[in-house]
Design a protein around this ligand. Structure first.
Ligand SMILES: C[S@@+](CC[C@H](N)C(=O)[O-])C[C@H]1O[C@@H](n2cnc3c(N)ncnc32)[C@H](O)[C@@H]1O
Length: 260
């Protein structure tokens, strides 16, 4: 019998490996309570029984929980900074075979944007981007590579013309050339091992959902995953207050570099 939210969190961890203690509690609980009543269950116990016995419902629950709004080229000015300042410097220092990780990549808009921008500087054959997310459903969509026009609204026309094929009135399919640059994998930032030797880590618009302790731990693990002078690109509400303490220097707004 699951009596309260504390017990529901344990149930979620046992069944999905998602540790809700690491997410901001008020926000997350409100979301879950809304979902339960919208689905006409009378509480945590009946809802948890239902999702445990129905894998499709469990997937839908995880998908709802993880909030996966994304879009191509989100916050265009920052992508210009990446293109004009950060990437040239990284290529100059580390060569064209950059190791890049899009952490919490959602439906692929972010890693595909990275591949398109990088393709202006290095041949497509040299681009390899690791893209991870905790949610199977968004990863499936990412691998599919079909997007509604809303996802592309901020993307400069030159990229749309070059790398997308229009499907009907409202959908766009990304080219296989860009798809081949990105390797999608399931990964939980709170639990799984991180890759190493990264030159650029892009992690945007997910830290806002985590507690201060969880954020701190993740920023430390990113630091370890980067090479000295490697860069961490964060979301535009996600400045790292204690960046110096962890071992980053501030480069440009929302770009941090690992101290050598
Ligand atoms: C709002 S989206 C951000 C997507 C993209 N980075 C962007 O800025 O457009 C947040 C993503 O974080 C993922 N996420 C949430 N918790 C996670 C965790 N513990 N480990 C990995 N990914 C997580 C969600 O599944 C979702 O796809």
């Amino acid at each position: 019998m699951i009596k309260d939210y504390e017990e529901f969190k344990k149930f979620v961890f046992q069944n999905t490996s998602i540790d809700l203690n690491a997410y901001k509690e008020r926000q997350m609980k409100r979301r879950i309570d809304t979902l339960i009543s919208r689905n006409k269950f009378d509480g945590y116990d009946s809802y948890s029984k239902a999702i445990k016995s129905d894998p499709k419902m469990m997937d839908e629950f995880v998908n709802y929980l993880t909030i996966n709004v994304s879009e191509f080229y989100r916050n265009p000015a920052l992508w210009k900074t990446l293109e004009n300042d950060i990437l040239p410097d990284l290529i100059n220092k580390f060569g064209p075979n950059l190791k890049i990780w899009s952490a919490a990549c959602s439906t692929g808009d972010e890693p595909y944007s990275l591949a398109m921008v990088l393709a202006k500087k290095v041949p497509l054959s040299k681009i390899h981007i690791l893209a991870t997310d905790i949610d199977d459903q968004v990863l499936m969509k990412a691998k599919d590579g079909v997007y509604g026009e809303n996802s592309l609204k901020g993307l400069p026309q030159e990229y749309k013309d070059k790398y997308f094929e229009k499907m009907g009135d409202r959908f766009y399919k990304i080219s296989d050339d860009i798809k081949r640059c990105v390797e999608f994998k399931k990964g939980n930032l709170l639990k799984d091992n991180y890759p190493s030797g990264m030159h650029l880590i892009v992690c945007r618009n997910v830290m806002i959902y985590f507690t201060e302790e969880a954020k701190d731990e993740i920023y430390k693990k990113f630091h370890k995953a980067l090479v000295p002078d490697g860069c961490l690109f964060v979301g535009n509400t996600e400045q790292i207050i204690n960046h110096r303490e962890i071992g980053y220097t501030f480069d440009k707004l929302f770009f941090y570099r690992k101290v050598k």
